[in-house]
Write a protein that binds this ligand. Structure first.
Ligand code: ADP
Ligand code: MG
Length: 349
């Protein structure tokens, strides 16, 4: 027989929300790192233990969270990033749902430590139990924020059961960090697993530094041979779309699909329509055992794209989908075509 209707305790409500955003350790890393980027951080230290199941600790040097906002930061539907429907319709940050910290803290032992530059003392906060009571304590911490997530899914056995091996889970984390490293070249990132520094992406500002980050992530061949393209939006001529990035010429395309990075307004995403545009740009030139290989950054006015489609924000909806598709297709065709042309002139083909 059905029970009477009742309001769920906060922890259970948060755990249900966590079901959508916190699939595995890598999703925790994604949410936490996005918060660091939104906070203007230029340095990230990511420490993982046991594939993230034991610990995910991320320290940044961003704006920090004032003591009197720590409790709110851990509550659901609490965000500093939007305040109105107008804001929601033109998102300029990676986060806006105000759910990540509440969700993650309901399925782990989470401790949030922070110190804004203008605050003398650092404070830490954590919450526990079905009412998610927050405890606050003074601590020591440099300017910025650390989120320390231990024992992920310790209280949700159904989720814990789905954790794969340490190596597999770390592999997913590594990929999330690569995506962020490509999105934010100016941010220095260190990633450690079980106290061993495995990745170091130094700050990349100059072109040569950006190319070496590209090489670290996409391999030497891609960095050497990919075609660079750039067309900035130009408000005066009504050209609202912009594109920048690299696309491999057909013969340098990879056999795997591992270098297919598409960003829209700084957010990595998988979009069927844009994938189609890229594939179409290659046309027949791509051998059947090769995959489109690219790193592309598309920009458009924030209110022409809806990012509030999926809780984990892997998808977007374009207001003018066809126009975006055709723009990407045309730009890539031109870039690839110009390349083939140049090769022909040099007598390569
Ligand atoms: P959202 O990112 O959608 O706002 P979160 O639950 O991820 O929601 O974070 C809640 C709030 O906590 C953010 O809006 C932000 O104000 C603050 N916050 C979280 N992480 C950081 C961080 N690393 N640095 C500064 N502020 C942070
Ligand atoms: Mg967030």
């Amino acid at each position: 027989m059905a029970m009477a209707i009742r309001l769920l305790p906060p922890q259970l409500a948060n755990q249900i929300a966590a079901g959508e955003v916190v699939e595995r350790p890598a999703s925790v890393v994604k949410e936490l790192v996005e918060n660091c980027i939104d906070a203007g951080a230029t340095e990230l230290h990511i420490d993982i233990e046991k594939g993230g199941a034991r610990r995910i600790r991320i320290r940044d040097n961003g704006s920090g969270i004032p003591k009197d906002e720590l409790e709110l930061a851990l509550s659901r539907h609490a965000t500093s990033k939007i305040a109105s429907l107008d804001d929601l319709e033109a998102i300029h940050s990676l986060g806006f749902r105000g759910e990540a910290l509440a969700s993650i803290s309901s399925v782990s032992r989470l401790c949030l430590s922070s110190k804004p530059a203008q605050q003398a003392q650092a404070w830490q906060a954590w919450c526990e139990g079905r009412d998610m009571q927050v405890t606050l304590e003074p601590t020591s911490h440099p300017d910025g924020t650390t989120v320390d997530v231990q024992d992920l899914f310790f209280n949700t056995p159904a989720r814990r059961k789905f954790l794969r091996t340490e190596k597999t889970e770390f592999g997913h984390i590594d990929e999330v960090v690569r995506r962020i490293a490509l999105a934010c070249p100016a941010v220095e990132i260190k990633l450690s697993h079980n106290q061993q520094l495995l990745r170091h992406y130094p700050k990349a500002i100059a072109e040569s530094q950006i190319l070496s980050r590209l090489q670290q992530i996409a391999g030497k061949r891609f960095a050497d041979e990919a075609i660079f393209l750039e067309l900035a939006a130009d408000a005066e001529s009504g050209q609202t779309l912009g594109i920048r990035g690299w696309i491999a010429p057909p013969d340098a395309c990879r056999h795997q699909t591992d270098v297919q990075y598409m960003y829209v307004n700084g957010r990595m995403m998988k979009d069927k329509l844009l994938n189609h545009a890229v594939r179409q740009a290659y046309g027949d030139s791509l051998a059947s055992d090769r995959q489109a290989t690219y790193i592309l950054y598309i920009t458009l006015p924030a209110n022409d794209v809806d990012v509030n489609v999926h809780p984990a924000k892997h998808e977007v909806r374009f207001q003018q989908a066809r126009q975006v598709h055709d723009f990407v297709l045309l730009q890539l065709r031109e870039a690839l075509g110009a390349h083939v042309h140049a090769q022909q002139e040099q007598g390569y083909t």
